[in-house]
Design a protein around this ligand. Structure first.
Ligand code: 6PG
Length: 464
């Protein structure tokens, strides 16, 4: 039998969709799924359901699966991030040959990817940590793909990945060689971090409006925004969610207000803390989800709170501008984190190119992302762009108006307030950090620099 172009392990929702996407694009593919834990039928069912595809071969034997693929083999793992990835690699290894390529298409932690790449390099196996965004539909019709690994390995997989990826406005693939190992998963992790804050902003807008608007009214307001600067995939699906009914009632009204997460948001925050980058909006969004999970306590304590709902409606224009403001700050923080990781790990990442592959296929695709291709060309900060800076500056009073409205209506605005505080902090020449330094020196003799002396010198005062 003729060998196939590609192999894929893990026929979950994403694995199935990517396999069909690869097959639709004219490549032949071997698929394998584990047979334990009630999954014995998975491959058979998938092949039967897609029996019109003659370029897909299904296997329940790992050795037969590997043997069916053309060398150097390109094998994508679409298994749950974490231990499962390691255990599949272990099982796979005895069947592989020198220069074969394993591609991890899940949301693995980038430090795991770096470690796995190093181990596999000793065995002459290439490992590519590959972020894939777009959910089920993206995987099926064209995701945004973020592969990180050796350039040699990328050259082998590029023809397939670039073909199955979404296309940008210039018909270029939303897939690029991100950089060395670990960088692909790092960039995907920050994509998700930005996604967390974007979603939290939308949830806060919903919280501000639902006080005295119907779901349909809110959908209408957001649809209006969608025609301008703030157009995005997440805004579009928020509108659709607000309008979706089941048996004459809105589904959104029946969804329990506990936001779960799988880890990429908190990993982004951890990376920000480790690298010393103030990605405050991502952290706020993660913590807002955590607060939401304490549902029982929230309900219990809420009974002792007198809610004072003002009937005054929020100013829609101010809200739209504040939303635009906060989104720029969110993107600024996310890209700054990528920029610093790039320096720290010596990855030489191209921010503008990352923005480009995020303009289609992925969850955070938006008009702002399209603008970011230009904004980030040669710049690592949105603040260096004069037009963007003026826009932020001009929106300041709208943001404060929205924050005041939230406070007087007891609506928590975690990410909006983080955005505002970051902006003020990042544009304040003389901050109060001198007090922090004095306190540190007082109780711990940690020493401080002076503004009237050479800043390379450190001083201590005997405060008592
Ligand atoms: C994507 C999504 C995808 C997934 C997130 C959800 O880019 O396609 O980000 O990766 O939906 O992992 O993460 P949480 O479950 O943590 O919200």
């Amino acid at each position: 039998m003729k060998k196939t172009d590609f192999g894929l392990i893990g026929l979950g929702v994403m694995g199935k969709s990517i396999s069909l996407n690869i097959a639709d694009n004219g490549f032949s593919i071997s698929v394998y799924n584990r047979t334990e834990d009630g999954e014995a039928h998975v491959v058979k069912t998938f092949i039967e359901k897609n029996n019109t595809y003659h370029n897909i071969q299904g296997f329940t034997s790992l050795s037969e699966f590997v043997a069916s693929i053309e060398r150097p083999r390109k094998i994508m793992l679409m298994v749950k991030a974490g231990d499962a990835v390691g255990s599949v690699i272990e099982k796979l290894l005895p069947h592989l040959d020198k220069n074969d390529i394993i591609i991890d298409g899940g949301n693995s932690l980038y430090s795991d990817t770096i470690r796995r790449s190093k181990c596999l390099a000793y065995k002459n196996i290439y490992f590519v940590g590959c972020g894939i965004s777009g959910g089920e539909e993206g995987a099926r019709k064209g995701p945004s793909i973020m592969p990180g690994g050796s350039a040699k390995a990328y050259a082998h997989i590029a023809p397939i990945l670039e073909k199955i990826a979404a296309k940008d406005k210039n018909n270029q693939a939303c897939c690029t060689h991100i950089g060395p190992n670990g960088s692909g998963h790092f960039v995907k992790m920050i994509h998700n971090g930005i996604e967390y804050a974007e979603m939290q902003l939308l949830a806060e807008i919903y919280a501000l409006l639902i006080v005295n608007h119907s779901n349909e009214d809110i959908a209408q307001i957001l649809s209006d925004w969608h025609t301008r600067h703030e157009a995005s995939y997440l805004l579009e699906i928020t509108i659709a969610i607000l309008r979706k009914k089941e048996d004459d009632t809105y589904i959104i009204d029946h969804i329990l207000d506990k936001a779960l997460s799988k880890g990429t948001g908190s990993w982004s925050s951890k990376a920000a803390l480790e690298l010393g980058i103030p990605a405050t909006m991502i952290s706020s969004a993660v913590f807002a989800r955590y607060i939401s999970t304490f549902k029982d306590q929230r309900v219990r304590f809420s009974k002792s709170i007198k809610k004072k709902n003002s009937l005054k409606r929020v100013n829609y224009k101010s809200l739209e501008y504040a939303y635009g403001f906060a989104r720029i700050i969110n993107h600024q923080q996310g890209f700054e984190l990528i920029q610093h990781a790039s320096k720290h790990y010596n990855w030489a990442l191209n921010l503008s190119e990352i923005a480009r592959i995020w303009t289609n296929g992925c969850i955070i695709r938006s008009k702002l992302m399209e603008d970011s291709i230009v904004i980030l060309k040669g710049n690592s900060s949105y603040f260096d762009n004069k037009t963007v800076f003026e826009r932020l500056h001009n929106s300041e009073s709208d943001v404060t108006k929205i924050l005041r409205h939230g406070m007087s209506n007891r609506v928590a605005l975690d990410t909006f307030s983080s955005a505002y505080n970051y902006w003020v902090g990042a544009t304040t020449g003389n901050s109060s950090a001198n007090m922090i330094q004095a306190l540190r020196d007082y109780f711990g003799a940690h020493r401080y620099q002076r503004n009237d002396k050479d800043s390379s010198e450190f001083f201590h005062t005997n405060w008592q």
